[in-house]
Design a protein around this ligand. Structure first.
Ligand code: SF4
Length: 226
């Protein structure tokens, strides 16, 4: 399996925001989100192979039991279950971060952190846009993910028009627990984060959805490896 990067930081988003975690970023993603901040992980070959032993030596000594498997898009990577299993057996809490475009079953995953892509993620280049639109929202896969795993749904919000789209997405799914839905401002700077958080606060109060932190922006403005 090609690993793009491994780093130790705070989980920035969702239910475990603020929790020290080891992040393992897998290489490869078929989406080309407009605001993607990890373009360096798009290619399946963007990184290097790690042996199981080498990975354990990197992950296990860190002073946390939280492992976050991120991407790229982990769910399109072959052998994901075999890769995670040794860490589950070592007692780690495992979060998988996915856009929800594909369902993979029987993963030893404590939290499936699903971030369905809204139309605000569509790239501007026509070729990439068509491919992105074909893949970005897969309601049957989303349904199976939320039916089979402990989950959270995190939506990236760029402007108020996205709020109707989120409602439409949730309407297509059954049994979504509103307490597991998080809204996150699309932002690259602290200023943007603050402005859009204020825009989202009232909507969260009306719906019962949670306003997610984005600590990686607040603390480090998205610096790589943080
Ligand atoms: S799914 Fe994630 S890694 Fe893939 S393009 Fe979108 S933001 Fe980037």
């Amino acid at each position: 399996m090609v690993i793009n990067e491994i780093f130790y930081s705070l989980q920035g988003e969702g239910a475990f925001a603020g929790t020290p975690s080891v992040f393992v970023r897998l290489s490869g993603c078929p989406l080309r989100c407009r605001w993607c901040d990890t373009q360096y992980a798009w290619s399946e070959s963007a990184g290097r192979e790690y042996s199981a032993e080498e990975l354990k030596e990197k992950v296990l000594p860190q002073p946390t039991r939280h492992l976050v498997v991120t991407g790229g898009e982990p769910m399109v990577v072959d052998g994901l279950g075999e890769f995670i299993r040794p860490f589950a057996e070592a007692g780690m809490h495992i979060t998988i971060e996915t856009s929800g475009i594909r369902f993979v079953g029987d993963l030893p995953c404590d939290l499936m952190s699903i971030s369905p892509r809204l139309s605000n993620s569509t790239p501007t280049e026509p070729g990439s846009a068509d491919e992105h639109e074909k893949q970005r929202l897969n309601p049957p896969a989303l349904q199976k993910l939320i039916d089979n795993y402990n989950y959270q749904l995190k939506f990236v919000v760029d402007s108020p028009v996205d709020l109707d789209e989120i409602a439409g997405c949730i309407e297509q799914l059954k049994n979504v627990n509103p307490y597991k839905v998080y809204l996150m401002p699309q932002a690259r700077t602290r200023r943007e984060l603050l402005d859009k958080s204020q825009m989202l606060a009232d909507f969260c109060l009306q719906t019962g959805f949670s306003l997610s932190q984005r600590l990686q922006i607040m603390l480090w403005e998205g610096r790589r490896g943080k």
